[in-house]
Write a protein that binds this ligand. Structure first.
Ligand SMILES: [Zn+2]
Length: 324
């Protein structure tokens, strides 16, 4: 997976690379060696918040992928793992690169396993079989489409990595006074902003693909929510609507974004168990809102607009930008 991977250069077997830092991050929100994650428990009828359950995942398997060998994993991410987080363009790049590699890795695994999944519903009730087959058909075409688009992005990022030139990285970081209860590392094609507007180029033929990366991490001072994109990319529109929020509103907007758009989200089991059932249900509903063709109601244009939910008590200690 690493751009310089080969039989000659690779060492140390395939690493279980942690897409969310393990030492500094996940262990700080774990309980007895486990972190929480939401998972769909059944594919029957429309998938709603109550089709999702909180599961516990061991720290060793949380958020891992096996795309890089030990040597390349250690070398590539050393500036992130061995130095305090200082919001350098290189560190922000590495957070996004890790999200990208993870996404591509799982797309590949998914494509390879698709025939197995399709066979997996033998003996289930007919309606569940129909739903699963429908789901697989959508998922397979989405996998193919995304693999192509993310592959193009991957080539660009490999060049940045090998050339050690991170000057095109743009980011918006919200610094938090404490370690966040939720950690996340993902990359996606954004569609809406925090005021409920579709981004201006959405649906326009030939419009360039835009990417937004989000990492929620622990730092020495507390934590950070880091959004990043590339120079010249109008993804910045979204960030303008995020930055318009007050320090009191900002943490809740970040939580909405993480649960709405990313699957690679882990959280403190103690935090989750302390939420009211209605808050749990609303977060769970967000986690499946984009899952075609099941979702009970399609993802709304205003899905990032404040819905009044206050699931966290994070204190914002600063904001940092690098923009065009
Ligand atoms: Zn290697």
């Amino acid at each position: 997976m690493h751009p310089l991977a080969s039989e000659v250069t690779c060492r140390g077997g395939i690493a279980r690379a942690h897409t969310i830092q393990r030492g500094g991050g996940l262990s700080r929100i774990s309980k007895e060696g486990h972190v929480g994650k939401l998972q769909v428990k059944r594919y029957s009828g429309a998938i709603r918040g109550d089709s999702v359950e909180r599961t516990l995942v061991g720290l060793r398997s949380a958020s891992t992928f096996t795309g890089f060998c030990g040597l390349h994993d250690t070398q590539t991410f050393a500036p992130l793992e061995t130095r305090p987080f200082s919001c350098s363009q290189q560190q922000v790049f590495l957070l996004a690169y890790r999200a990208l590699c993870r996404e591509l890795y799982y797309l590949r695994v998914h494509a390879e396993l698709a025939p197995v999944y399709r066979e997996g519903d033998r003996g289930s009730p007919l309606d569940e079989q129909v739903m699963l087959q429908l789901y697989m058909t959508r998922k397979e075409s989405e996998t193919e489409r995304l693999t192509g688009r993310l592959g193009t992005l991957r080539s660009k990022c490999d060049n940045m990595l090998l050339g050690r030139d991170f000057s095109e990285v743009r980011f918006y970081a919200v610094m938090l006074a404490e370690c966040p209860d939720i950690m996340c590392n993902g990359i996606h094609e954004p569609i809406v902003d925090f005021e409920g507007n579709y981004l201006s180029s959405i649906g326009r033929q030939g419009a360039p693909t835009r990417w937004m990366h989000l990492s929620l991490i622990a730092t020495d001072e507390g934590g950070a929510a880091v959004f990043s994109w590339w120079a010249g990319d109008t993804t910045e529109e979204i960030i303008n609507t995020l930055d318009a929020l007050s320090d009191d509103e900002l943490p809740h907007a970040i939580v909405r974004y993480a649960f709405e758009f990313f699957g690679n989200v882990y959280f403190s089991p103690l935090w989750w168990d302390g939420l009211t059932p209605s808050t749990q249900e609303r977060l769970a509903a967000r986690s499946v809102s984009g899952m075609p063709p099941f979702y009970e109601s399609a993802r709304a244009h205003n899905c990032l607009v404040d819905d009044g939910m206050r699931a966290v008590r994070w204190e914002v200690s600063g904001r940092q930008w690098i923009r065009d």
